[in-house]
Design a binder for this molecule. Structure first.
Ligand code: GLY
Length: 371
């Protein structure tokens, strides 16, 4: 078992990484959860993860906890205020008080939704994050971003527009839950791991480059080597900048391009978030190369690594550079009307670039097939 601290002053948290952690959930909560076992838990879970939720519920009940189970549909449309209200009401019906706790078991969408319900119930109760996707294990379930979607005034879904920073008391990563995750979803999570290597850890990037094919097939020893390192990049950045006043924005590498294409249908259907991020990283690398921040060889290494992880590197939908640039302008990661890109500076470091030249944005888009 590895315990990785998230040293946020006044809101310290921990990420526990252990295969089989669910079977030891009560003991892990007692040892690492920051306080005694709660008397009552609202266990909110993705209905696709019922087998893991049943295991968690059984172990907690054996530890003397009263567990109320609450199944969720993990779709962007269901990431709504009405889902949060339903969780508040379930918590009230189960008589949860401020010493009790919500548990979020599922992917990033469930973690965001349940985290927000916990942040607001009784002005904030503890939340335990139990991510069951690779993407949530290394990124979404760490650092306390919670929230729901809202419909935009001009129509369409605005993602995560209402929310709160609410640090989990503990994040528990049990890689055995990846055995029930589809290969496509697993590979989408590798995009965020590549991102973490590019942001801050060249050795991590090089190891993913070497192991890409086995990682893409859920080789368990390669995944076990990867998890603590990819997680540590995130925990270190969040500890230094929990509210995204500066450095945390680097975790958005690939996301401004990625968000702009994520909802446009492609020739093979809709992209997963991690797939859009992979394509967005390829575009960011090309933009960086056009600004002499990256060599042609480094750019190729990034795109090849993503491809070897089984991820797309080109966008195959019907759109234009103008349309994507318009969408990039709406990204909430921009500030003060300025376009902001996170671009790699060599491998293992990146920079926040305000108002990049049009030529760099166009070079990025051209590299993913958008003109
Ligand atoms: N997923 C990016 C962040 O937590 O800041």
């Amino acid at each position: 078992m590895i315990a990785i601290p998230v040293d946020i002053p006044g809101q310290a948290s921990v990420v526990v990484v252990a295969r089989g952690a669910l079977e030891n959930l009560a003991a892990i909560l007692t040892t690492h959860g920051g306080s005694a076992l709660p008397r009552r838990v609202l266990l909110c879970f993705d209905r696709n993860c019922t087998v893991h939720a049943n295991q968690a519920a059984r172990v907690l009940r054996a530890g003397g906890v009263t567990v109320t189970e609450f199944g969720l549909t993990a779709t962007e449309d269901a990431k709504s205020a009405s889902a949060v209200e339903a969780m508040w009401d379930a918590a009230l019906a189960a008589r949860l008080d401020r010493g009790d706790c919500f548990v979020a078991l599922g992917g990033g969408l469930v973690g965001d939704l349940v985290g927000f319900a916990a942040a607001t119930y009784l002005r904030g109760v503890r939340v335990v994050q139990i991510p069951t996707t690779l993407l949530a294990m290394v990124d979404a379930a760490i650092g306390g971003k919670t929230g729901i979607n809202r419909t935009l005034p001009e129509g369409g879904l605005g993602k995560n527009l209402v929310g709160a920073f609410w640090q989990p008391s503990i994040t528990i990563v049990d890689a055995n839950t990846l055995r029930t995750l589809g290969k496509r979803e697993l590979r989408a999570g590798l995009a965020e791991c590549v991102k973490h290597g590019l942001i801050a850890d060249l050795a991590l990037f090089e190891d993913i480059r070497r192991d890409a094919e086995v990682l893409a097939n859920n080789d368990e020893s390669a995944i076990d080597r990867l998890l603590p390192r990819a997680i540590s990049v995130k925990t270190a950045i969040v500890a230094r900048d929990p509210l995204e006043r500066g450095e945390r924005a680097k975790l958005n590498l690939g996301h401004t391009f990625g968000h702009a294409i994520e909802t446009i249908p492609t020739s093979t259907g809709r992209l997963l978030h991690g797939e859009a991020v992979a394509i967005g990283i390829v575009a960011a690398a090309a933009a960086a190369k056009s600004m002499q921040m990256l060599s042609a060889d480094e750019e190729a290494r990034i795109a090849n690594t993503l491809e070897n992880c089984g991820l797309p590197r080109m966008f195959t939908g019907a759109t234009t550079a103008n349309e994507v640039i318009r969408r990039m302008g709406f990204d909430k990661k921009n500030e003060g009307g300025k376009l902001r890109l996170i671009l790699p500076r060599g491998l293992g470091a990146c920079e926040i670039v305000e108002n990049p030249p049009d030529s760099a944005v166009l070079a990025g888009l051209a590299s993913i097939g958008i003109r």
